[in-house]
Ligand binder design. Sequence first.
Ligand code: ADP
Length: 634
Amino acid sequence: MFTKILIANRGEIACRIIKTARVMGIATVAVYSDADCTALHVEMADEAVYIGPAPSNESYLVVDNLIQAAIDSGAQAIHPGYGFLSENAEFCRQCAAHNISFIGPPVEAILAMGSKSAAKTIMADAGVPLVPGYHGEDQSSNTLKLEANKIGYPVLLKAAAGGGGKGMRSVFSEAEFESALESAKREAISSFNDDIMLVEKYLLKPRHVEIQIFCDSHNNAVYLFERDCSVQRRHQKVIEEAPAPGITQTLRLQMGDAAIKAAQAINYEGAGTVEFLLDSKGNFFFMEMNTRLQVEHPVTEMITGQDLVEWQLIVSAGGHLPSSQSELKINGHAFEARIYAEDPDQDFLPSTGKLNLLQPPSESANVRVDTGVVEGDDVSIYYDPMISKLIVWDTDRDRALTRLANALSEYRISGLITNIGFLYNIATSNAFRAADVDTGFIEEHEEEIFRKREQDISYAAPLVTAAILKLRTQKALHDAHQSNEPNSPWHLTCSWGITQQQIKAQVQQAIIDGMPNPQTSLDKVTIVDEGASFDLFTPQGFFHCAEVQPDLGLDGQDLDSGSLKAPMNGTVVASFVNVGEHVSKGEVLMVMEAMKMEHAITAPSDGMVIEFYFRHGDLVDGGAELLAFEADNT
Ligand code: ADP
């Protein structure tokens, strides 16, 4: 076994790997950029090596710096984590060239699966079922369009080098094809520096079910069952679970066998995931194989009781798989929710800032939090905005789901916008409880998940009022206790000009009137006082309520015209209209990119752009005015 390994990654996955290495008595070397000098993974590791400036292409993605760091620190192996260089064949090759073990598959396997197109050809030859599509070499727009027409709409354009849902566009008609292709290619170039595209039939309402496989260098291969990752936004996983609900033992066996077949077709070694789309009739189709540890591996660990990082280390060091297929069993049910710094109400726009308050739920045998940040850390523009992964386990799906909702309602983060409320709404929705999942889940249940606030306000308002009253009463009691004159009238909470009893009676009445379910009481509600606002976790979902100052119309501005502001720090990657050209409401004027994701700036009404303040390639601060716009009626 290795005695020292270097972890070529950061954040929660670096911390996760360090934990297992420590248990196994293996020393760890962290690497860090300028942005991560005081990061948790640096603190946790036995040693740390500086590898460059904050942007990942100048640090975490620089092969030479990482290899040098391993040589200098005397590490015998490198764990690449996920993302960054984990599926980079050149990195794997350089490790071998310097006699360093790469904790991952052989380079040939990475190469074989590195391109989604090439992978499909190999899988077709191995008899693994595929989604119908074009994965050929001719990349002219014309050919791609002809192929799309042949497949029949809707189709999905995918970057062959893709990952993380980037460089992917669904196309519903021929008319949309060209602009979708352009946009997908642009995102692919910026994310992967490669814009080779494949076209697939876009399956409607499939489930994403993936199989965790493991192989060693002694010809042993097992699958550690499946994960359902259907709940996605922008083709990216949001909540994952294991086992997949409603999967029969027969289907599990068939998918497991197909996954092993896929792995054996490329002489695989180590941890891998074979991703399938599963239709409602139980047909499954190979999508891609990820030749690394997945973000969502903890749900598999929870139901199998295995430590997959330990398995990786054993296999990389030439050992045998710790368990045979017959020894592996599913025990209970697990969920993982990805806690992100992002705004679900603004199309999941990443948010940045300081984690002023960070209080995760307490960990236990049922609740696990994998994170790489601590209170006071910044979520910067440089890296993925994931704050942590919340993983829960219980004996069955229902119980595990209740644990998930409870743990989410205990999570306290302030300083930036997170998706916790959104995750809570999914966890408490009837559809998710009924395990009615497919990859369109979020769109299909938009109403329930995003909670049309106008409709729910009659439900939330009395609760908030009661909550405010409760908090103020508690504070007043506390102040009275602290005071020399506990009976002073200044400690009463009747600042609204009526007595406390009257307020209480009014609130009680409002609660009874306003609640769809009168059994709901404040006891079932978690209230988080954020100072100027309140977060409510109720059985009906999450509410964020703020006290709004009355609008006196003093600085009102016409929202239809004037300036349009950058929604975040980012780069202008395209503008679609000319100054003075007439546009319709909703038309895309400009595209910005942040954290390798595109965000469209659209016309707020019919009108025209008077001036663009930024051009292609410009770096823009969030909140900066992007352009001057004149609406038709002004
Ligand atoms: P990435 O590598 O970028 O994550 P994947 O190929 O794994 O991309 O696909 C991501 C997600 O996109 C899938 O989980 C699924 O929801 C959706 N998807 C991919 N291919 C198809 C398809 N042919 N039809 C419908 N949905 C698809």
